[in-house]
Design a protein around this ligand. Structure first.
Ligand SMILES: Nc1nc2c(ncn2[C@@H]2O[C@H](COP(=O)(O)OP(=O)(O)OP(=O)(O)O)[C@@H](O)[C@H]2O)c(=O)[nH]1
Ligand SMILES: [Mg+2]
Length: 309
């Protein structure tokens, strides 16, 4: 399923796009972008035709975030599946306008490791500011990254995306849709002015999956159905926060691979807050084995998370 709009689902069937609705058999199960689904009914794709989604296949991955901005549920927050079946999380962060926020990137990394999706850091607007500061913060991680700017070609990014299902996440205005438009020439995603973070002005309002063009296949005029092996890219609306209330405290630490090994030196049942004075993570930083800013970020996340519960 590649897009949903007011209860109508667009499903890609070997390169053809069909419109479908949910069948009653699905019960309350939600269909999200990236889901592989079984269809019945009118599969002609003719104008006005409507197929029915009767089954959702088992998901290979589920990227979730807790939306704490939703007051409509008794708990005041809901867990949302962002996309299904993605195998790469592209964390899109502008180097300026809006400035990068490591706290947000760290949260995305936790979500990626938790969902067993490979992270890729994509730093946009390299024409406006340099990457040194942000890269030094992640120096102890084997975190792959690419830099993009309007006047340079996207070959390094294209290489990372080839053959994979990649989902772009990031704040509003960082340039996700701009990238998608450059990668998929007929994508036609609307791009907007950068608005102040948190003002809630988002240009993209729903997630859309697009097949990446395969340069070679296009040259020989292959049908779109033969193109999807080049990979998929999923554009998503900008988010101001990546809520992690659904992730256990233990899993949080796995989002910090530069710190996690040191926890073997922690006393049993260590809460890693450092309040008891014997946390192995403090010893690691004291010995120069990790960046103190990383430990501070982990602890901020831990503290905000306990506030979420
Ligand atoms: N200088 C510069 N501007 C860029 C770059 N990439 C994108 N922009 C601009 O940034 C603005 C926002 O880009 P969008 O692609 O709409 O951002 P988005 O991440 O899709 O935003 P939402 O859909 O709201 O989440 C547009 O004015 C783009 O032209 C870049 O590499 N350099
Ligand atoms: Mg957008």
């Amino acid at each position: 399923m590649v897009a949903v709009d007011r209860g109508r689902y667009t499903v890609d069937l070997a390169g053809r796009q069909l419109l479908a609705m949910r069948a009653r058999e699905l019960g309350r199960r939600g269909v999200v972008v990236g889901d592989r689904v079984a269809l019945v009914g009118d599969l002609s794709g003719a104008a006005g035709s409507l197929a029915r989604i009767v089954r959702i296949e088992e998901r290979e991955s589920v990227l979730m975030r807790t939306a704490d901005d939703d007051e409509s549920t008794p708990e005041g927050r809901v867990e949302r599946v962002v996309v299904a079946n993605a195998d790469q999380l592209v964390i899109v962060s502008a180097l300026a306008d809006p400035p990068p926020r490591t706290g947000f990137i760290d949260r995305c990394l936790v979500a990626a490791y938790d969902a067993e999706i490979d992270p890729l850091l994509c730093l946009t607007k390299a024409d406006l500011a340099g990457p040194d500061e942000i890269l030094s913060y992640y120096a102890d991680l084997d975190l792959p990254f690419v830099l993009t700017r309007p006047d340079a070609d996207l070959a390094p990014l294209v290489e990372e995306l080839a053959g994979r299902i990649s989902v772009l996440v990031g704040h509003s205005g960082v340039g996700k849709s701009t990238l998608v438009n450059r990668l998929v020439p007929d994508a036609d995603r609307r791009v907007g002015e950068v608005s102040a973070i948190g003002k809630g002005r988002h240009t993209s309002t729903s997630a859309v999956a697009l097949p990446l063009p395969d340069a070679a296949a296009q040259l020989v005029g292959a049908a779109p159905s033969q193109r999807s092996s080049a990979g998929w890219i999923i554009d998503t609306p900008g988010i101001s926060s990546f809520g992690l209330a659904h992730v256990s405290a233990d899993s949080l630490l796995h989002g910090f691979p530069d710190l996690v090994q040191a926890s073997v030196n922690c006393p049993p049942n260590c809460d890693h807050t450092g309040s008891a004075g014997d946390c192995g993570l403090d010893a690691l930083v004291a010995a120069g084995g990790a960046d103190p800013r990383r430990l501070a970020s982990f602890r901020r996340l831990l503290a905000s998370r306990s506030g979420e519960n």
